[in-house]
Write a protein that binds this ligand. Structure first.
Ligand code: ATP
Ligand code: MG
Length: 563
């Protein structure tokens, strides 16, 4: 593990690697991501290669993006909005979303992208928490989800509507952008000025608003290079929506700062569409998530066989533990394994990664990036101690990297509790092996204690999906008088398999063989789908609450429901 000597060293390595131009002593993400490249003569390079839902496509060059974002910034200023004001976006992945994000940053304002499929309540709560002053959305979304309560959100002064027409009380973005001046003097923000607020996925409870600053761009530039192999001209596809932190940090900022060509697909997951995009556009670096990878696996290697994936040079995955099976499978099908990496909304950027060129241990998240110090810690007497390799404890990081959150919006107490004894506590459990590789065990909340054993759901789920019939698995602990807790599994099946008692026995038998009787589930239940967040994370707390008849808690990010 690379440990830097002092904080100054840590900062200097990021600065050196990132090679940004700065902004007259200030720091602004949009300047580094777009305008700097145009100033250096790369305006004609393609920034966004966009694919619309209905088959249309559009190339947006760095010069185009610079101009679009400048017009957007002007528009905001022309309407009396200024430094520090909050802009929310609620729309699909269209070029205007990217222009709005960058324009907001140029204007010195704070950007919050929300996933467009949210219902009215989750939108309202987040806009209230973030004191939204501006909303950019579509007419349909506005009418369906916002209009009814707009008057009750006094902070909201300006609603911009995609396209040429707008409902009453709103402004149509098309003509307004066309009328705005195409050049804009980017506001000279300081590295510590607020830039982005991202809400967490809500997997473990009510989403938190993590505040990020302009200085984070250093770390995005750096980690984009080191962990994702992004270089000028790389054809890169991050499948995450900007409504989640991955879709902004590595779906807007890191790729643009590294001057890549980003593929942006407006449509949702569709196997044939995805494989065709990777093949036809010659995608070189692909950043996706375990849910999507498991869907590819479910369709089988045969579905991938007709495609040519020879341009792919690096594949990475984040968001959930990546089952070893998925690593092995992807290597077979794409000629490259998916490289797992770990980070959180709070960390703003990739912390632990299987980096290009380093040996992959399937099931491991890899090692901390140079400059990042990670440890496995345990609490004792209100303090923390670092555990030796091989032991399970909480995954913690030494604070100090530029993309770390600066606060949780309106939750100072909660933020404060994340820091103990000079460590940031992630809330995840992990183990470090003798080679310095980190292995995810589970969320601290999801740990199962049975007959004196500590079991992480990930280990059990990974064993279950190795059974030929199992596509996905969610594992929880249920209270039990003798064992303390017993392990229960919920699974979905691969095509061609039907739920039956015999299959249940076969899956349990497989798990017992892999894991031993103490760890294997005592019951396996079949489901059509598992409850997941809209960003694709299995919500184990919901499986548990439903099983025990407890309140479901915050389900604002719930995507599909159990059937
Ligand atoms: P909330 O904090 O609201 O419960 P969340 O933690 O899911 O939601 P995110 O910040 O989007 O919100 O996700 C970060 C979390 O996702 C990590 O703390 C970890 O639990 C999980 N995660 C991310 N990457 C990985 C990975 N490679 N392996 C295992 N878990 C991962
Ligand atoms: Mg979290």
């Amino acid at each position: 593990m690379a440990v830097m000597e002092t904080e100054a060293d840590v900062q200097s390595i990021f600065v050196q690697e990132a090679s940004l131009s700065g902004l007259d002593g200030g720091m602004n993400i949009a300047h580094e991501a777009v305008d700097r490249h145009v100033a250096q003569g790369h305006g004609d390079s393609i920034a966004i290669r966009w694919f619309g839902k209905t088959g249309n496509r559009r190339d947006v060059s760095y010069a185009d993006l610079s101009e679009m974002s400048s017009r957007f910034a002007h528009l905001l200023h022309d309407h009396g909005c200024g430094r520090g004001d909050s802009v929310f976006a609620l729309m699909g992945r269209v070029p205007e979303l990217y222009a709005a994000a960058l324009g907001t940053l140029k204007a010195g304002m704070v950007f919050t992208p929300l996933f467009s499929a949210f219902g009215p309540e989750p939108i309202r709560t987040r806009m209230e928490i973030g004191a939204a002053k501006v909303l950019v959305t579509t007419a349909k979304t506005y009418q369906r989800k916002i209009a009814k309560w707009r008057a009750e959100l006094p902070s909201l002064k300006l609603v911009l509507i995609l396209g040429d027409d707008a409902p009453e009380g709103c402004i149509a973005l098309g003509p307004a952008m066309a009328a705005a001046a195409p050049d804009f003097q980017t506001v000279r923000t300081a590295p510590e000025d607020r830039a982005l607020i991202h809400f967490t996925s809500g997997t473990t409870g009510k989403p938190k608003g993590a505040v990020h600053v302009h200085g984070a761009v250093l770390y995005h530039a750096y980690s984009g290079k080191l962990a994702l192999d992004l270089m000028p001209g790389t054809i890169y596809w991050c499948t995450a929506d900007p409504g989640w932190v991955t879709g902004t940090s590595y779906g807007i900022v890191a790729p643009l700062v590294n001057r890549v060509t980003m593929i942006v697909d407006e449509a949702e997951f569709d196997l044939a569409r995805w494989y065709s995009l990777v093949q036809d556009e010659g995608v070189e670096v692909w950043y996706s998530a375990p849910t999507a990878i498991r869907m590819m696996m479910r369709a089988g290697a045969e579905a991938a066989a007709p495609y040519d994936f020879s341009k792919l040079r690096f594949l990475a995955s984040v968001g959930e533990p990546l089952n070893p099976e998925a690593v092995v499978w992807s290597e077979k099908v794409f000629g490259q394994p998916f490289h797992d990496n770990w980070w959180q909304t709070e960390t703003g950027g990739i912390m632990i990664a299987n980096r290009p060129g380093e040996p992959v241990k399937p099931g491991s998240m890899g090692r901390p990036l140079p400059g990042i110090t990670a440890g496995v810690v345990e609490r004792y007497d209100g303090r923390l101690r670092e555990l030796p390799s091989g032991e399970i404890g909480e995954l913690a990081l030494r604070p100090g990297w530029p993309s770390m959150m600066r606060s949780y919006l309106h939750e100072q107490g909660r933020y404060g509790k994340c820091f103990v004894d000079g460590w940031y506590l992630s809330g995840d459990l992990a183990m470090r092996d003798a080679d310095g590789y980190f292995w995810f065990v589970g969320r601290a909340d999801d740990l199962i204690k049975t007959s004196g054993h500590l079991i992480g759901p990930f280990e059990v789920e990974s064993a279950l999906i190795e059974h030929e019939a199992v596509a996905e698995a969610g594992v929880i602990g249920l209270p039990d008088e003798t064992a303390g807790e017993v392990v229960k599994a919920y699974v979905t099946l691969n095509p061609g398999f039907d739920a039956s008692d015999a299959l249940e026995r076969s899956i349990r038998g497989h798990a017992r063989k892999k894991l031993g009787p103490a760890v294997a589930p005592t019951a396996v239940v079949f489901r059509q789908t598992l409850p997941k967040t809209r960003s694709g994370k299995i919500m184990r707390r919901l499986l548990k609450a439903r099983e025990l008849g407890l309140p479901e808690g915050d389900i604002s990010t719930l995507e599909s429901d159990e059937t």
